[in-house]
Design a protein around this ligand. Structure first.
Ligand code: CA
Length: 422
């Protein structure tokens, strides 16, 4: 067992019940404070942030022989480049430092512990390339039904983990607002397109994995090694403009309907921390090609939810889903992505695709939840939403829970500002 995952371990840091960050989680992030604006690496415990650069200065990480620059860093990429074995040693050490038996560390904690609400959590990964998959059978079927009622699921879908190359520049950390995008769209029944702010702004409930190990061009990642290349996971909101999408997506797929903003959670939860939450995925029929066949459990039981809050404070939890519903798992996605020799780099991000379940309250987008706007959702003040309004804040949350241990992802929060129309 990974030492840091020991379920019996408790911390001297207070961890309120229901916290996403018990001592068994120890995710990685990047933060800064008002008094020290230089970004540096951190982990989370309870409602606190632990400054890894200071721990290293204090010689508490010394024998791990990790370069100081790795911790005094704007991004996690150099940490990931050390490899999983070294990062596992670091997580184990952090668990020892924060363990309830470590009174010495507790006495020194004023040097390295900050209240999470007082720090700024930054975009944790320098994303080089970003790919978005389309791996939920329920989502692909729902969208297909709306677009092609007679033929909802395209014939390739159960053979190929379908994806497209997205844009990395507009992936932003939780809490970063963005303006409603403008673009071209074809109104229903019209013969000519119009230009203006999107009327059908949507969220997409997704998870994303971060590549922590590169493969050389020409050398595919085999499925049995795929998880060695996955550092960890984040929450991912792939904001989408449905009307812009509808007009532009043929023949080459998503473009301006997607690349204006995507929101990630500030914490990367390691695949190591998620080990206890493996589950079997859905049965796959037809049997995939051998390069996509795998042994063991490659899906993860991660509860997900989406909340909308209006400018005036009216709220509704509009979706409750689970990462385990994904038809294609991450190992299959990565094996497929590289089977042609495509090289992945450290920091590359792969979105799962919208995660919808079987029931109507588990759909992962407004497009599905309101069935293209025909069945609006009510917020707590009685106001209705078909899609996302200006001033609305959308929050994704995710967590695993088993035997009293909860490993959470925190939140991915994004607020929509009015379009800039002049
Ligand atoms: Ca997507």
């Amino acid at each position: 067992m990974i030492k840091a995952n020991d379920p019996t371990r408790r911390s001297w840091v207070e961890v309120p019940s229901g916290s996403d960050f018990p001592i068994q989680n120890l995710p990685f992030g990047v933060f800064r404070t008002k008094s020290n604006p230089s970004p540096r690496l951190c982990t989370a415990i309870g409602e606190s942030v632990v400054d890894l650069a200071v721990l290293n200065y204090m010689d508490l990480l010394d024998d791990l022989e990790i370069d100081h620059e790795v911790f005094n860093n704007r991004y996690l990429n150099d940490l990931m480049a050390l490899g999983k074995a070294k990062v596992r040693e670091l997580r184990d050490r952090l668990a020892e430092i924060l363990d309830a038996v470590n009174d010495e560390a507790k006495q020194l904690s004023w040097h390295f512990l900050h209240p999470m609400e007082k720090v700024e959590l930054l975009m944790p990964v320098q994303v080089g390339d970003y790919t978005d998959f389309y791996s939920s059978l329920e989502h692909a079927t729902n969208i297909g039904k709306m677009l092609r009622p007679d033929n909802p699921l395209l014939p390739n879908w159960k053979h190929i983990p379908v994806g497209y190359h997205g844009r990395a520049s507009s992936i932003v950390a939780s809490g970063t607002p963005f303006v409603r995008p403008q673009g071209q769209m074809l109104p229903p029944g019209a013969e000519q397109p119009i230009f203006g702010p999107t009327k059908l702004l949507d969220f997409e409930l997704e998870m994303a994995f971060v590549v922590g190990k590169a493969n050389p061009m020409g050398k595919p990642i085999r499925i049995e090694n795929a998880e060695n290349h996955i550092f960890g996971l984040m929450l991912f909101n792939d904001w989408s403009a449905r009307d812009i999408q509808g007009w532009e997506y043929q023949p080459l797929g998503p473009f301006l309907a997607k690349n204006f903003a995507s929101t990630v959670s500030p914490w990367v939860v390691t695949l190591d921390a998620l080990e206890p939450f493996r589950v079997a995925g859905p049965a796959q029929d037809p049997k995939p090609f051998p390069y996509l066949q795998f042994e063991g459990e490659k899906s993860f039981d991660i509860d997900l939810e989406v909340e909308i809050e209006s400018e005036s404070g009216a709220k509704a939890t509009v979706s409750r889903s689970n990462f385990k519903y994904m038809y294609w798992n991450m190992a299959q996605q990565l094996a497929h992505h590289t089977v042609n020799g495509c090289n992945m780099n450290i920091g590359d991000l792969c979105g799962s695709g919208t995660i919808s379940g079987l029931t109507t309250d588990s759909y992962g987008s407004m497009m599905e939840l309101t069935w293209r706007g025909s069945q609006p959702i009510k917020l707590s003040d009685g106001s209705e939403r078909k899609f996302i309004n200006d001033g609305d804040t959308v929050t994704l949350r995710g967590w695993c829970e088993r035997n009293g241990i909860r490993i959470g992802f925190g939140e991915a929060v994004g607020k929509v500002l009015p379009a800039l129309t002049d």
